[in-house]
Each structure stands twice: as C-alpha cells, then as structure tokens.
Ligand binder design. Structure first.
Ligand code: ZN
Length: 270
C-alpha cells in the first residue's frame, strides 16, 4: 500500500468532544491542516446551525458527514430525522450518517426490528433525495445490535440499499466491520457510488468499554492499510475520518496533541 493522502484526513468531532466544542474543533482542524470535519448534531445545536455553517465555510473545511440520524426503532424518529436532513443540507454535508437503532423496545425480534429500520429509512429517503443529502447506513459491530444498531454487517446494509434505490449508501467504519469474513466482497459490492464515508480508529485488546474504548490508529489489531486498500480498490476517493470514542485515554488528553497524533498515525499506520 502506498501512504495515504494526508489531504484526505477528516476529524469526527467525537474524537475531541470532551475538551473542545464545535467552534474549537473547527479552529483546531484549520490550525493542524486537517481539511475535513464531521460534527455531531448536539454540538451543532449548541453552537447554532447558522454559526456552524459560516465557521465551516470560512475555514474552508469539507463536512464529511453529519452524525447522526437514525434510531428508527425509537419513538419520534420521524421528526428528528427530518431535522437531521435539514441540518445536513445546510452544512453541505457529504452524507447524513444513520445509526439505525437497536431492538424495538421491549422486543426480542431482531428480524422485525431490521424490517422497521428499513421502513423508516424508506419513509425519510424522499426528503433526503429532495435535499440532496445522501443517507449513509453505518453498520455497527454486533455487540451493539440490541441498543444502537440492529444492522451489523455491510451485507445487511447493502441489501437495504438495493431494496430502496438511489440516494442511499453506507459508511464503512473499520472499527465496526474489520472482523467480517465477507468484508472484502461486500466493500467491492458497495462500490464507489455507495461508499459514502470511511471511518478509522483501532480495536484495542482488551477492550475495556463497549462504546468508549476505541484506539488510536496503530494501537490495536485492525489491518487498516488492508481495509483502505479495499475501499480505494472499490473506487472510493473520499476522506478518511478519524472517529475515536476514548473515555479512558484520548478524551483526557490535550486536543492539540490528539490532532497531531491523528495526523502522524494516519500517515504511518493506515
Ligand atoms: Zn463511524
């Protein structure tokens, strides 16, 4: 593998969210020469949507995704997703990331929950198309099937895409899909048109917290150059978005150190 293009690095703001608000993250990216950013909606709301739009523009950043819509198995999913589409449109986001939601509350019906997710996505897709906002289904590792996403493989996500047509694709997050024996085939199946985002971090051994113990690239066991080879081999030429939830480590560090480490590891370990 040749080295990754450093201009493709993007920061998912979850990586520094304990110490920086969105305005600080935007300024931090600009200061470190990071060209892409993917904010979370609560941070956008805190800063104000218009202010967020103008800061992103004035710093010349690409918005590589907006996190997140989804949770189709929860109540009030429709209005929340409608707002998420509007915000993604205003920000010029390359996609709205969908964390689709886990089991229907009180249910043990996994196939039924997946069906409800598909219906929910189908219901919002026309609005997303009209707004020009591609929807990116992010399959999550099966350890989160119950509470966060009952879509757990790229195959499941792409089956939904096949059923629903244009305007929808996938976010390939190395942390969530690295273990999948069908990864290579499904990334190829997704292809250039449907890979809407590529997220990176690393899988730590041991993992001490199911949600918030992701590792910095190079500190774990994921063969990141190999997965980048797959997504680029499929035609993806977009950003590599660093997304690290790390309560026990990186969230406690100085965010400028985190960003310079991201740049260094992106160049050497991905
Ligand atoms: Zn992700």
């Amino acid at each position: 593998m040749s080295a990754p293009d450093s201009s493709k690095l993007s920061l998912n703001t979850a990586t520094v969210r304990e110490k920086w608000n969105l305005a600080q993250a935007i300024e931090g990216c600009a200061r470190h020469g990071i060209r892409g950013i993917s904010p979370w909606r609560d941070q956008v709301a805190e800063l104000g949507l218009n202010k967020a739009v103008s800061l992103v523009k004035s710093h010349g950043l690409a918005v590589t995704g907006l996190c997140r819509g989804g949770f189709f198995t929860a109540r009030d999913w429709r209005d929340d997703n409608r707002r998420a589409i509007e915000e993604a449109h205003a920000l010029g986001a390359q996609c709205l990331v969908l964390v689709v939601g886990g089991l229907i509350p009180g249910s043990k019906d996994l196939p039924g929950s997946r069906e409800k997710v598909k219906e929910g996505i189908a219901a919002i897709l026309p609005e997303a198309r009209k707004a020009g906002v591609p929807l990116a289904i992010e399959p999550l590792h099966p350890m989160q099937a119950a509470d966060r996403a009952c879509v757990n493989t790229l195959k499941q996500a792409l089956d939904i895409c096949d059923a629903l047509g244009d305007g929808i694709g996938v976010a390939v997050d190395a942390y969530h899909v690295w273990w999948d024996p069908e990864l290579e085939a499904q990334v190829a199946r997704a292809g250039k048109k449907r890979i809407l985002a590529y997220h990176i971090c690393d899988w730590l051994v041991p993992t001490r917290d199911l949600l918030n113990d992701r590792g910095m690239m190079g500190d774990g066991v994921i063969d990141l150059p190999r997965i980048r080879g797959m997504v680029e081999g499929a035609g993806y030429a977009g950003f590599h978005e660093v997304e690290i939830f790390s309560k026990l480590d990186w969230w406690q560090r100085d965010p400028d150190t985190v960003l310079s480490t991201c740049k260094d590891r992106h160049a050497r370990m991905t």
